[in-house]
Design a protein around this ligand. Structure first.
Ligand code: CA
Length: 229
């Protein structure tokens, strides 16, 4: 079995130590960075399997780092879990919009955190497949994790990729928010209904410059669908 590496980005040494201890005990290889700049340098030489990213960092914030990461295709498969002391709803939305895949509010139980990390990693593994899904100009290559529109690559985060996979594999089928949460986030990841709306909005924003935003359709009172009609 290959070693699963987690990069922990946290400026508070005590929390960093606690995270390192918790994750190492769970069998993960942990690497640490005390700020975003240091993390970015490490990310330039290797891509970890998962990133635990503190929101409040001195200098470049966790949210800015998440945004920077999501602009690079080589991190497309790396889930980001944001850590924050603040539980305000707007922050969560901002975190998801920046490209986070899950969100953990401090103080958190080490056991719950490990469960969240494992759930996200499992979700990514079950996606490996050699399949290619094509709908019109849109192509989703599940093996290379590439999404292209008329041959041009468009970068998607892991959650958007999973949403597109579900939508494009089931065109015109309407999914409720709960169904999407279940299929895309999985049962063990605790997120709210509105998380779905945030990611749908992100997906449309990504598709807008390539004139494909209208494929993701809102069905009033029911949910969302990938429309080919
Ligand atoms: Ca901090």
């Amino acid at each position: 079995m290959a070693v699963t590496t987690i990069l922990v980005v946290e400026d508070e040494a005590a929390i960093r130590d606690m995270l390192n201890f918790t994750l190492s005990s769970a069998g993960f290889e942990v690497i640490e960075a005390a700020n975003a700049e240091q993390a970015w340098q490490m990310l330039n030489t290797s891509v970890p399997d998962c990133l635990l990213l503190d929101w409040m960092l001195p200098g470049v914030t966790g949210v800015s780092l998440a945004e920077r990461i999501r602009n690079h295709a080589r991190f497309a498969k790396m889930p980001i879990i944001m850590l924050t002391a603040r539980g305000e709803e707007n922050d969560q939305v901002q975190g998801f919009e920046a490209g986070a895949d899950d969100y953990v509010v401090k103080p958190f139980s080490p056991k719950a955190l490990v469960a969240r990390v494992k759930a996200l990693l499992r979700r990514n593994q079950s996606e490996s497949s050699s399949e290619v899904v094509v709908q019109g100009d849109l192509t989703l290559d599940l093996a290379s994790y590439r999404f292209t529109v008329a041959g041009e690559e468009v970068k998607l985060g892991p959650t958007e990729f999973k949403l597109m996979k579900l939508f494009m594999s089931n065109p015109n089928r309407v999914y409720s928010r709960l169904q999407l949460l279940d299929r895309v986030w999985g049962e063990s990841v605790v997120v709210e209904d509105r998380t779905v709306d945030v990611h749908i909005r992100r997906l449309r924003k990504i598709l807008e410059p390539v004139n494909q935003a209208e494929v993701i359709q809102t069905v009033r009172g029911a949910g969302y669908r990938f429309g080919t009609l």
